[in-house]
Ligand binder design. Structure first.
Ligand SMILES: NC(=O)c1ccc[n+]([C@@H]2O[C@H](COP(=O)([O-])OP(=O)(O)OC[C@H]3O[C@@H](n4cnc5c(N)ncnc54)[C@H](OP(=O)(O)O)[C@@H]3O)[C@@H](O)[C@H]2O)c1
Length: 344
């Protein structure tokens, strides 16, 4: 990517993936100007909370990300996507060449908030780009693999041509925003790309995701910060896990090399069972023999199995660097060290 673009705007820049993308972009290209926006004030944390035992704290940054906040060529602005006029003003001022749109309401959020942030927020951003008449080389919309919904086992792995049938309102809002991106991209002559991101894993992951829920408990139990009783949900569902650092590298590749008008799966191309995630985390934390596991009775996930076909992304030269065990180890260490230190 080095030298091929001069400036990039990242929305949701203080979020889990946003922080990693800022870091990736700044590491890849020493001359690139990186601008971030989000609603929160500039901080040295993520925008979500995590737990250490029963203590709740604002999620700290892993050490490698702390450095990415500082350099003078990174600028952050606290702006709500809903604020169109301020966005237009900022865009006229900063003139980005590429926009990576990651700001989002996540799975489980209030439905009205999901549609306000994901659909109306995307309209607001694209209209601001149109009004500011910014000649972008690329607009990347951060979508989700959840838009595909439940897929017949014979149709796995899921390629980008698979019909979408989202099964929850988060995924419905993201699919709607994909269409908004296509239509307004066309109206304002903005080259757009959709990145359908599968399940992220790595340091800083929110506990609403199964890997972090399990890692947070394993870390706290192994350090005696909570009783040796671990709660788990379903174990036989499968997901495609991609390390957040790899997902950030994939987005950086798309920023310069993607074909406009194209959808790209951003995943690992491997199907991983929740049961195997649990076994790995127990092994890594030395808890296999000592722990009591309690199954929570929850309504089963309507999406039983998920796995992305990633040939389209690989054809751009992208290859993931982290395997699942390494990502889980880093996630566990994040809780044991960064979260424990802050909560301690
Ligand atoms: N995590 C995953 O496993 C996963 C999987 C598939 C796809 N994705 C997609 O990847 C993207 C990033 O996800 P993430 O896990 O990094 O989520 P995240 O940590 O919640 O980041 C999203 C950010 O969006 C910002 N935001 C929300 N509403 C906003 C608004 N109205 N105006 C401006 N900023 C707003 C929030 O920051 P402020 O509080 O500062 O506003 C938040 O930090 C999302 O588009 C998500 O749908 C994530």
């Amino acid at each position: 990517m080095a030298g091929r673009i001069k400036s990039v705007l990242i929305t949701g820049a203080q979020g889990f993936l946003g922080r990693h993308l800022v870091w990736r972009m700044m590491t890849d290209d020493q001359d690139l100007e990186v601008i971030g926006i989000g609603r929160s004030q500039q901080s040295h944390t993520f925008t979500h909370d995590v737990h250490w035992g029963s203590r709740r704290v604002r999620a700290p940054l892993p050490h490698y990300l702390e450095e990415a906040c500082l350099p003078s060529r990174y600028r952050y602005f606290s702006i709500d996507l809903a604020n169109g006029p301020t966005l237009t003003e900022l865009l006229r001022d900063i003139h980005p060449e590429v926009v990576v749109h990651l700001a989002s309401g996540l799975y489980g959020a209030d439905p009205h908030l999901l549609f306000r942030t994901n659909v109306e927020g995307t309209i607001s951003l694209l209209r601001a780009l149109g009004e500011a008449e910014i000649p972008l080389t690329m607009f990347i919309f951060g979508s989700t693999g959840g838009v595909y919904g439940s897929i017949r086992p014979q149709a796995l792995p899921i390629d980008e041509g698979t019909p979408c049938c989202p099964l929850d309102l988060y995924a419905v809002s993201k699919l709607s925003a994909e269409h908004v991106t296509r239509v307004l991209g066309d109206r304002y002559s903005i080259p757009v790309v959709v990145a359908r991101i599968f399940n992220l894993v790595g340091p800083g992951l929110q506990e609403q995701h199964v890997c972090a829920r399990l890692a947070a408990q394993c870390a706290a139990i192994s350090e005696r910060a909570m009783p040796a009783r671990l709660t788990v949900g379903e174990l036989d569902t499968t997901r495609d896990l991609i390390d957040v650092r790899d997902a950030a590298a994939a987005l950086a590749t798309l920023a310069t090399d993607a074909a406009p008008g194209t959808v790209y799966n951003v995943g690992n191309g491997r199907e991983v069972r929740v049961r195997d995630i649990l076994t790995t985390l127990l092994q890594l934390s030395g808890l296999e023999e000592t722990i009591r596991i309690e199954r929570l009775r929850r309504a089963p996930s309507p999406v039983r199995r998920h796995c992305a076909a990633v040939e389209r992304l690989r054809k751009l030269g992208f290859n993931a660097e982290h395997n699942v065990t390494a990502s889980l180890r880093d996630l566990l260490d994040y809780y044991r060290h960064d979260v424990a230190r802050l909560a301690g």
